[in-house]
Design a protein around this ligand. Structure first.
Ligand code: E4P
Length: 223
């Protein structure tokens, strides 16, 4: 399962990217609005930090097909080949995804709340589909279950589209999807940190150092 950072704060992205095995960064207009500067500047800084080979997801803002296509071309042109343009999985978006597929611009069907939305985005030619796990939970449905169903639909129909699950509240949700083997998950820095935020882990690491020092007199094998 791919693991991405769902955030736009460059200091946090730099830290998480250095500390964890991360495949890229996802953004949306709301995430970008939390950084007090022009979103294009932020996206350039993110691309600089993660390098040209990591995935960067950027959302097209317009709601009409022509506008989405125009935005998508500009995004792909500006941020490089490993950039995926997020397009809402709605009728105007399906048309945009189909056209962009012909042009070789990779897309992610986003704002996915139902398996059928994901199916249609995948059939239109999206490289990824992004179900919103926590938001689905908050509607009274089961976001993990919906995401697993989407993975099954893609597999059973031999659709060349990956799941990129999004909108996580905790790392348990990410774990459930990793166990199922979904294509990818994108989570905020606090959710990624929570994966290893555990006193037992920190205590075990400290104990090894203390036990070694007792007999070796130094802190490392190299001392
Ligand atoms: C993904 O890229 C989505 O836009 C994002 O994960 C939504 O998360 P939220 O439900 O926390 O806003």
């Amino acid at each position: 399962m791919k693991l991405l950072i769902d955030d736009a704060h460059v200091d946090e992205i730099k830290r998480i990217f250095e500390e964890y095995p991360i495949d890229g960064v996802t953004t949306n207009p709301s995430i970008l609005s939390k950084v007090n500067q022009n979103p294009v500047t932020t996206l350039k800084q993110i691309r600089e930090i993660i390098g040209p080979d990591s995935l960067l997801f950027v959302q097209a803002v317009p709601t009409d097909t022509e506008g989405m296509i125009r935005d998508a071309r500009a995004i792909y042109q500006a941020f490089g080949k490993q950039t995926i343009v997020k397009i809402p999985a709605v009728p105007a978006g399906f048309r945009a995804i189909r056209e962009l597929k012909k042009e070789g611009v990779p897309t992610c069907g986003t704002v996915v709340y139902t398996p059928l939305q994901a199916y249609l985005a995948a059939k239109a030619g999206a490289s990824y589909v992004a179900p919103y796990v926590n938001r689905i939970d908050n509607m009274g449905y089961d976001g993990i279950q919906v995401t697993m169903e989407i993975q099954d639909i893609l597999d059973n129909n031999a659709l060349d589209t990956e799941v990129l699950a999004a909108s996580f509240k905790n790392c348990q949700q990410v774990l459930a999807l990793a166990q199922y083997g979904v294509g990818g998950a994108t989570a905020a820095p606090n959710v990624i940190d929570a994966m290893v935020n555990n006193r037992a882990i920190d205590g075990a690491v400290d104990d090894f150092v203390k036990d070694f020092e007792k007999v070796a007199g130094g802190k490392t094998m190299a001392d």
